[in-house]
Design a protein around this ligand. Structure first.
Ligand code: ATP
Ligand code: MG
Length: 518
């Protein structure tokens, strides 16, 4: 220690006492101290704000302050400067109180000897240096506590918050003054759910018993956004092993959780895709084999017995070949459609459509392709103005539903096709009186390759309804069904009509009649 560097603040209003102290110090070695003296407490405190002093020799009776108040006032203004009190009398009570008030030493003026003074200054200075180092170290630790990325808090064993760092306050969108003194479970991050709160209380009790707790959980963060955190509670023990504090730590792991969820989703999609591929391979081999063997047999018969077959028989075999080719073509169309849809290439491209005309033509086409056993009864209600829909997607929807109605009514009969056009929605109902769909099969019909258990030998791939569902979704519409085995099935499709666009198009159309001049 460089002894000359001790700078002493002497607060003493009595000129004779001040002179005596200065002389004593000078005798002890004037070069070892620098002494600055003030008569009044206010002047001394003012100097403290501008200069650095190692210790203060503080007289208790000053013109602007008296007794223990002088110590309190000095300590409040300059808590880092160790105090040696200079008292007039040897008053034990005051001495004890002064020492309790962070005073390092207490000297009675009349009893001061050079040795006593030197020892008091030395002790006071050394203690001051130790305190300074402690404070600096505490400051460094506090800086680390504050600046770390990790959210941290200190709790009592009962779960009351003592400290909380900035990361924790940022994560939970709170301010220190609203947190300190509160139980952790009463912070907004936890109090949104009583189950969470009870769980937190129980793990605080466990940590207070010495257990280390760590969990990944969700809490309410800033702006009410739910945040995933890696949360831990660590008991802090004293030398005897008694838990004295709990350290709470929290890492925001929301990004990691999101990435995990995406990986799981991608993995699920991959699994579904693999399942779909294997179903596809078995379906294709089955669905293509049937029409191919029909074609092969018909061609062989036509080739081998060409001369023996009547024209009527020949045309029957040609008809079979045509139907088989049509079936394969339809299957390929459906597969291609699904492929486009899975690749995200299927788009909703609405145009204005005369719905009644479109549906009536579609009914006629399907009626022609159906055998004479079926009768499609078409009805149209509501507004007859053109509506804004995607014609191609709508054709897929209605063709699939109407062909199903025909196909799954093998005994023939009526098929009702109702269209109800309202201001903001168009509803299509396709009702048959065929085999119906068992309740247990109804849920999964819109998934690819799902067929009901009662189809028997009716051909099909289980792709049609999954295509219909995709087309309805692209329209942001809804599809539902009611069905009873042996009674019949009714599919209902509701599509929203985009009026805003319809109106603007109408405006453009009416505007086109205006003379083109400005
Ligand atoms: P395709 O891909 O050739 O259309 P599919 O008709 O078997 O084959 P979907 O149209 O997707 O496939 O229909 C799925 C299943 O739903 C059918 O296999 C059938 O079991 C059931 N289904 C659909 N419509 C009806 C209906 N109107 N009556 C009874 N069952 C039906
Ligand atoms: Mg079908």
């Amino acid at each position: 220690m460089n002894q000359a560097s001790i700078s002493i603040l002497l607060v003493e209003d009595s000129p004779s006492d001040a002179k005596l102290l200065r002389q004593t110090l000078w005798h002890l070695g004037g070069e070892r101290w620098q002494v600055v003296q003030f008569d009044r407490l206010s002047d001394a405190l003012n100097a403290c704000s501008k200069n650095i002093f190692d210790i203060v020799l503080l007289d208790l009776s000053l013109p602007d302050s008296e007794g223990l108040n002088t110590i309190a006032a000095f300590y409040a203004a300059a808590p880092n400067i160790p105090i040696v009190v200079l008292a007039e009398f040897d008053d034990e009570d005051i001495a004890l109180q002064a020492v309790a008030d962070s005073v390092q030493d207490y000297l009675v003026k009349k009893q001061i000897t050079p040795n006593l003074l030197e020892r008091a200054i030395r002790t006071c200075f050394d203690r001051g240096q130790i305190l300074k180092q402690l404070r600096e170290s505490e400051h460094r630790l506090h800086l680390i506590f504050e600046q770390t990325f990790q959210s941290m808090a200190l709790l009592t064993c009962e779960g009351i918050i003592l400290e909380m760092n900035q990361s924790a306050l940022n994560l939970w969108g709170s301010q220190l003054q609203y947190c300190v003194g509160k139980p952790l479970w009463e912070l907004e991050s936890w109090n949104f759910s009583s189950i969470n709160q009870e769980w937190l209380k129980s793990i605080i009790a466990k940590a207070a018993d010495g257990e280390f707790i760590r969990h990944e959980l969700q809490v309410r963060g800033a702006n009410d956004v739910m945040v995933w955190i890696d949360f831990s509670l660590k008991p802090l023990k004293d030398k005897t092993g008694k838990v004295v504090l709990l350290i709470v730590e929290g890492w925001d792991i929301s990004d990691r959780k999101r990435a995990e969820a995406e990986i799981i989703k991608a993995w699920e999609q991959e699994r579904e895709l693999n399942e779909m591929k294997s179903s596809f391979v078995s379906m294709v081999s089955h669905e293509f084999r049937n029409p191919m063997s029909v074609i092969r047999t018909a061609v062989e018969l036509l080739k081998s017995y060409n001369h023996q077959l009547s024209d009527q028989q020949k045309s029957k075999y040609f008809g079979k070949i045509q139907t088989a080719i049509y079936q394969m073509q339809q299957l390929l169309d459906e597969v291609l459609f699904l492929g486009r849809s899975d690749a995200g290439k299927l788009q909703y491209e609405p145009t204005l459509l005369d719905l009644e005309h479109f549906c009536s033509e579609l009914t006629q086409t399907l009626q022609l392709s159906a055998s004479g056993k079926h009768q499609i009864i078409f009805s149209f209600q509501g507004k007859r103005t053109p509506v804004f829909v995607d014609e191609n997607l709508l054709r897929y929807i209605l063709t699939n539903l109407l062909s199903n109605a025909i196909k799954y009514s093998p005994q023939g009969g009526k098929i009702r096709f109702n269209v109800i056009c309202q201001d903001d929605t168009v509803t299509f109902q396709i009702q048959d009186f065929g085999i119906g769909i068992p309740t247990k099969d109804q849920q999964r019909l819109f998934e690819t390759f799902h067929r009901a258990s009662n189809v028997g030998s009716i051909p099909g791939t289980g792709l049609g309804l999954s295509i219909v569902k995709k087309c309805v979704d692209l329209h942001q519409g809804q599809i539902s069904l009611e069905s009873q085995v042996g009674v019949g099935t009714k599919f209902t499709v509701k599509l929203p009509l985009n009026h805003h666009v319809t109106q603007s198009l109408e405006l453009i159309e009416s505007g086109s009649d205006l003379p083109k001049q400005y």
